[in-house]
Design a protein around this ligand. Sequence first.
Ligand SMILES: [Zn+2]
Length: 55
Amino acid sequence: MKVDIPIPCPSCGGKMYSVAYNPALKILKNRSWHVCKECNFERNVEDFKKAICCA
Ligand SMILES: [Zn+2]
């Protein structure tokens, strides 16, 4: 599953895309993160959401 929404990179202002990883083991949580196409900056989506709700 991949949702390609343009998200501005906080590091360089380039476009970021979302990556989702669905582990085969159910004990592991699904992971998703944003990756910048320009500078490879990465951020965890959960941390990003926490930053938004606590701002
Ligand atoms: Zn960037």
